[in-house]
Write a protein of this length. Sequence first.
Length: 115
Amino acid sequence: MKAKVQLRLRIYRGDVVAIGPGKVSLLEAIAETGSISAAARSMGMSYRRAWMLVDEMTRSLRTPPVNTATGGAHGGGAVLTPAGEKLIRHYRGIEERLLAAAKDDITALKGMLAP
């Protein structure tokens, strides 16, 4: 069985997780699909849950991470704002740097696992 290392960085605003791994993954899925509902489906979550996560981020951040268009004859959709794109870039950058900085310790810990 192969070992897997996963960081779970969360940034809180009060008691609310303003930025975390699930919210960043949701933003990435929105960018990929162009829709909150399609992003939710791709992640196996309800539209309501996805909308609540986007709403929490919007209320927690200075600038909304997502712009939405209401459905209708031509359909709706969602796109990331520059702030949403920047959020993903910084979050993933932190993950990469943390993993690189901890490489030796991670290798040592993985070496302690049973085969």
